[in-house]
Design a protein around this ligand. Sequence first.
Ligand code: NAD
Ligand code: UDP
Length: 326
Amino acid sequence: MKRILITGGAGFLGSHLCDRFIREGYHVIAMDNLITGDIRNIEHLFPNPNFEFHHHDVSQFIHVAGDLDYILHFASPASPIDYLKIPIQTLKVGSLGIHNCLGLARVKNARVLIASTSEVYGDPTVHPQPEEYWGNVNPVGPRGVYDEAKRFQEAITMAYHTYHGLETRIVRIFNTYGPRMRLNDGRVLPAFIGQALRGEDLTIFGDGSQTRSFCYVDDLVEGIYRLLLSDYPHPVNIGNPVEITIKEFAEEIIKLTGTSQKVVYKPLPTDDPKQRQPNITKAKVILDWEPQVSRAEGLRITYDYFKSLPEEELYKAAYHREFSTT
Ligand code: NAD
Ligand code: UDP
C-alpha cells in the first residue's frame, strides 16, 4: 500500500485530497495545525484504518514513522483575509515548512508535490497566463507575504530537484471553490453566498471589472492526481479557463440564491490583480486534463453545501485558532 503525507490535510483542498487518496487505496497521513483548517473536514475519515491525523505545525521539524512514497505540501493560509492576518506564519510555512517537507522527502526517498498558486504571476501583464510567464509581483505590498512565500517555495523545490535529484512536482492552482470552503474566509465566493444567505448586500471591491476564472474542486483534485503520477517536474497551471468579471459573478450569485439584495461597492484592496485566467495547454498536453464541471453545476453543489450548514456558521466572524505571532 502506498503511503502519502498531506500537509494542510484538514483544510478545504487538503481534505478533498485526503478523500481522493483514500478512495485510490493509499494510506493517508494528514498533518495540520488547524490554524485555518477544520477537523470537521476530515472527521468522516477517522474510523478508516488507512487514515491518520497528526496535529502538528509543519514549520517545525516533521517526524513521520515508517515509509513515505509521496508528500503533498498544501499547508498555508490561502485567503487574503487569512494571510494578511497571519503574515509571518504564512511566510514560515512557505519557507521553513517546505524545507522540512523536502528534508523529510530525501530521508524517505519520497516524491513531493507542492501547492503553488496563480499569485506567483501577481497582477499579470500577460493574459492568459502561461507557465513561462515570470509574473508581476510587489514583494513588499500586503500580498507579498503570500506571493513571495509561494515563489520561494517553487525555487527551493526546484533546487532540491536539480541538486539532490529529488522527484518533485509543482502545481499552480487558480481560484478553486467547492464544499468545505469556510463561509467566513473572505474569498469572493463564500463572501457573496454568505451575504446572500444573511440577507445582506453583496460587496464588490473596486468597480467589479477585475476578472477571475473559477475551478470546481473535483476538477482540481483530478489534475493534481494526474500531475503527481506524471514525470513532469516543471510548474503546471491547473484551473478553469472560463473567465468572468467579479461584477458578473455577483449577478450570477444573486440569481443562484434568489436574494433580493443588491450589490454595493467597496474600495479595491492593494495590488488586487486586475485579470486572471490560466493557460492550460500544458495540463491538456502533458496530463490529458481539462475541467469537466461547469460553473453553473459547481456553484449549485457549493450553494447546497453552504445552505446545509447550521445557521450559526453564517454569523461566525473570521476566526483563527490559538496561534503564536511569530
Ligand atoms: P485552507 O486554509 O482551507 O487550508 C490550508 C490548511 O493548511 C489549513 O487546514 C491550515 O490549518 C493548514 N496550515 C496552515 N499553516 C500550517 C502549518 N504551519 N502547519 C500545519 N498546517 C498548516 O486553504 P486551501 O484553499 O485549502 O489551500 C490549500 C493550499 O492550496 C494552500 O497552500 C494554498 O496556497 C493553495 N492554493 C489554494 C487555492 C484555492 O483557490 N483554494 C488557490 C491557489 C493555491
Ligand atoms: N472580492 C470582492 N468582494 C468580496 C471579496 C472579494 O469583490 O467580498 C474580489 C477581490 O477584490 C478580488 C476577487 O473578488 O478581485 C477575488 O478575490 P478572492 O479573495 O476570492 O481571491 P484572489 O483571487 O484575489 O486571491
